[in-house]
Design a protein around this ligand. Structure first.
Ligand code: C2O
Ligand code: CU
Ligand code: CU
Length: 530
């Protein structure tokens, strides 16, 4: 196999040269088609929707101990229409429970549940399938779906393997043990080769796990704890979702999607009325490819208390914070000093959500504790193996990306990553491309060790890593338990993982959905303990 890779142009920590080029490319293709300009709409006329809570439909025997009855849920995926903005016509979407975002699961830790995911979608897709992608060929049904619970420690048969998709009319019952620390997980479609389209259509929702340790902290809760599920989309003149295509009719895949309309909980420019007190915001980026840099318009400091896999050791004061696709943030914002004003949550210069802070003062009994929990640092000396894994972009002759790979291997190549259950490994992601790739491993949580610049040209020529700078520790914002990590361009990013849970087949992949759908995903095996 000959791999040509694009020249390494420049490095920056986040939105990179290539990403911006791709973005510009998208803009061109969009100009050819009449698009809705979201900035022509009046902002902040719709209240922020709060997704409904998922409701159990009774009790059923646990698959691991039939004497025990556990809650059973049924969530259907279906097509529906919804108004994204007061002045837009209804938009067709696909979602769980007839909504985007789907219903939020809110469960006490350790409470195992059964969820029946039912595919009640139409037989035809409404977004542009690329039949040249592996797993999406013309002999496959157009509409396929399989649910994955991102960040969950689940047995392999309930993990939502990308090839285990179901067609409309079928459903699968998954078992979630929920034996893990309190965290905001999320569920989404994972069907091979069309995942980017299914999630873009709206197939995603939040899944919150609690525990006693977290409850004892007296963080803002109830009406003062709010999920913010953020995504970018693009709309055509008829207010319908628009997913851009390449200029190749037989290969419409585009390397990344960036939209100009940012939705929060499915609304464009919503507002939220808040009291002058502390709130807890559970933030999730379900965008295909966009990284958000969040800040508040009044430049006030807020606190990050958690990341993907739950609470940090201590709150981190921040004014700007980055969230990549698939990542979560747990923030405390105190509106006490903003009483009577309007504050917007921004991404760089784009406004996402307006907080309308009421006047006066209120009694706030919630706490921002100085210490959140003890996070035991995984020791490098505990690792039995180090795997060096490259992140690869394969280009055509004019340097357009045509495919992405992990360690030079496509999806269907034999499994190469096969850690033993309960062993600790270090995985090093070598990124000679221009993009930051959010790398996600199913089943496990991990810690980031460090990042380090290396000489990308030399690596592409000789496959040898020559470092050009010192190791950089993770940001304080990333210094907790993670399940998705930014592998920044021109850097080697190292994580340390203990493979706890279950033996079996899982996957690891880039969470830029366009990359994931075009070979930047690999199966991995957790081998039984020896
Ligand atoms: Cu968000 Cu494979 O997962
Ligand atoms: Cu996942
Ligand atoms: Cu990627």
């Amino acid at each position: 196999m000959s791999i040509t890779r694009r020249k390494f142009l420049q490095k920056s920590t986040l939105m990179t040269g290539a990403a911006l080029l791709h973005q510009a490319g998208h803009k061109e293709s969009v100009l050819a088609r009449p698009a809705l300009d979201p900035n022509s709409l009046t902002p902040f006329v719709d209240p922020l929707p709060i997704p409904q809570l998922a409701k159990s439909e009774g009790m059923r025997p646990s698959p691991t101990n039939t004497a025990v009855k556990i809650p059973y849920y049924r969530v259907a995926m279906s097509a529906f229409e919804t108004k994204v903005h007061r002045d837009m016509k209804p938009t067709r979407m696909w979602g769980f429970g007839g909504a985007f975002p789907g219903p939020t699961f809110d469960l006490p830790g350790g409470q195992e549940v059964l969820v029946e995911w039912a595919n009640e979608l139409p037989q035809q897709h409404f977004l542009p399938i690329d039949y040249s992608l592996h797993g999406a060929e013309r002999d496959k049904p157009q509409v396929r779906a399989v649910s994955h619970l991102h960040g969950a420690k689940v047995p392999p048969h309930s993990d939502g393997y990308p090839e285990d998709w179901l067609v409309p009319g079928k459903s699968g019952i998954f078992h979630y043990p929920n034996q893990q620390d309190a965290a905001m997980l999320w569920y989404h479609d994972h069907a091979m080769g069309i995942n980017r389209l299914n999630i873009f259509a709206g197939l995603a929702g939040a899944y919150i796990l609690r525990d006693k340790q977290e409850q004892a902290l007296r963080l803002p809760s109830g009406p003062f704890e709010i999920p913010l599920i953020i995504s970018d989309r693009m709309f055509d003149k008829d207010c319908q979702l628009y997913y851009p295509v390449s200029d190749k009719v037989e290969a419409p895949w585009t390397p990344e999607f960036f939209g100009d309309a940012n939705l929060v909980n499915g609304k464009l420019f919503p507002f939220l009325e808040v009291e002058p007190r502390k709130y807890r915001f559970r933030i999730l980026n379900v965008s295909n490819g966009r990284f958000y840099r969040l800040s508040l318009s009044n430049k006030q400091t807020f606190h990050q208390i958690g990341t993907d896999q739950g609470l940090l050791a201590a709150p981190v004061p921040v004014q700007k914070i980055v969230i990549a696709p698939g990542e979560r943030l747990d923030l405390i914002i105190d509106f006490k000093d903003a009483a009577g004003s309007r504050v917007t949550l921004n991404d760089n210069f784009a406004r996402l959500l307006e907080f309308r802070v009421s006047n006066g003062s209120v009694k706030d009994e919630s706490v921002l504790p100085p210490v959140l929990r003890i996070i035991e640092k995984l020791q490098e000396s505990a690792a039995v193996k180090t795997r060096r894994l490259s992140l690869d972009e394969v280009d055509d002759l004019v340097q357009n990306p045509v495919r992405m790979l992990l360690n030079g291997s496509p999806w269907h190549a034999p499994v190469t990553e096969n850690p033993r259950l309960n062993s600790t490994e270090i995985w090093e992601f070598v990124n000679p491309t221009n993009d930051s790739h959010p790398i996600h491993l199913h089943l496990v949580r991990f810690q980031i060790l460090d990042r380090r610049n290396f000489e990308a040209f030399g690596f592409l020529a000789r496959q040898q890593v020559r470092f050009t700078g010192p190791t950089v520790p993770p940001d304080p914002a990333e210094a907790g338990w993670k399940d998705t990590v930014r592998a920044d361009p021109g850097m080697v990013t190292r994580i340390i993982v203990r493979f706890e849970g279950f033996p079996g087949r899982y996957v690891w992949h880039c969470h830029i959905l366009e990359h994931e759908d075009n070979e930047m995903m690999r199966p991995y095996d957790v081998l039984p303990e020896s």
